[in-house]
Design a binder for this molecule. Structure first.
Ligand code: SF4
Length: 345
């Protein structure tokens, strides 16, 4: 089993056992170490007081331990939403968001530093992709927030900066670790991964037969409209993307969520709603309508409230389940990607 490729917090329990045994320690030490990392959310080896000092020293020498440092946090006075900017060990930054809903506490995490997908309405992509996040850097966003809020995280959405399926192997390992019964043990059914539609990796993920929810960023109901908003759509025909979503449902039994950002005058007309109905009819799905966040570098504006509600009722008349995403933390910073961008510019 290859485990040197991963830092210690990105290893499975079996891999941690192997690493600890290679240091001449008993397997139960691995379980203790794993619990310190993934349940007690330790910030460093020095906190792991139940481990012998010499083991901690060996670990320190062979497996440098990292934890995220909080750079800034903004808290909404309206709904308690918190937006965090974290510093990574290499000096990069990532954003994460904490939201409280009646059904539990939710954390939205980033999967990459920057993004290369180029969606026109998104601030995260303006500087391109810097690098992928490791599994532990994805976990650490949740761990840092759980430590800070001292509350249980029940839902995770991988919907912050980055295209998760462009960082497939690390994402998969993250999903395995966050839902592991020896760690935080967040139910896969409470995890959503949002993709702009990397067809081959939607199919790979379907074959894993996990119980996570797949959210597809649709944003346009025709190939042309989609391409206008999402350059990545040029690579994948819309029918291929929808076919991959159907395949995901067939393999996992999980209802697909379609994310549809409503951009004033671009994709929010009655005709757009009708086309969307035709596109997704027959699919076991849910449409999440998002009034787009304005970003100053692009000239898109959000649809008017009336247009949003009209759009929703047109879908519902065709028996397509549609909700309007509640805007959380409206009084703090704007769209995802803007905190990091402001810091860098
Ligand atoms: S919306 Fe997501 S996939 Fe598109 S550019 Fe932004 S971060 Fe990347």
């Amino acid at each position: 089993m290859e485990n040197k490729a991963f830092d210690i917090k990105s290893m499975t329990l079996a891999e941690v056992k192997q690493a600890v045994e290679a240091m001449g320690e008993k397997p139960f030490r691995a379980k203790q170490l794993y619990e310190w990392m993934h349940v007690k959310l330790a910030m460093g080896y020095d906190e792991m007081t139940s481990l012998p000092k010499n083991l901690r020293e060996q670990l320190e020498a062979q497996y440098p331990y990292t934890a995220l440092r909080e750079k800034t946090v903004q808290t909404s006075k309206l709904d308690g939403t918190k937006k965090y900017l974290f510093a990574l060990a290499d000096g990069n930054y990532v954003e994460s968001v904490w939201m409280q809903y009646h059904h539990g506490n939710s954390v939205c995490i980033s999967s990459q530093v920057g993004c290369r997908m180029g969606c026109r309405f998104c601030a995260s992509t303006l500087g391109g992709l810097e690098r992928n996040l490791t599994p532990s850097e994805m976990l650490d966003q949740i761990y840092a927030i759980a430590r800070d809020t001292k509350e249980r995280v029940s839902n995770v959405v991988v919907m912050g900066t980055g295209e998760p399926l462009d960082n497939y192997d690390n994402l998969l390992r993250f999903l395995q670790l966050i839902s592991d019964e020896n760690g935080l043990h967040i139910s896969q059914r409470n995890i959503t991964v949002s993709t702009c539609g990397i067809v081959e990796n939607i199919r790979r993920l379907a074959d894993e037969k996990l119980q996570i929810t797949l959210a597809l960023s649709l944003h346009g109901a025709t190939q042309e409209k989609r391409q206008e908003l999402m350059p990545v759509a040029k690579k994948y025909a819309l029918e291929e993307v929808i076919d991959a979503c159907r395949y995901y449902f067939d393999q996992t039994g999980r209802r697909i969520t379609f994310e549809y950002s409503l951009v004033n005058g671009v994709n929010d007309t009655e005709a757009d709603a009708e086309t969307l109905c035709r596109l997704v009819s027959g699919l076991n799905c849910h449409v999440n309508l998002i009034p787009v966040n304005p970003i100053k570098e692009r000239d898109y504006t959000a649809s008017k409230r009336r247009e949003v509600l009209n759009f929703q009722s047109r879908l519902e008349k065709k028996h397509i389940h549609a909700t309007v995403r509640r805007e959380m933390g409206r009084d703090i910073d704007g769209a995802c990607g803007q905190l990091r961008r402001r810091l860098e510019t």
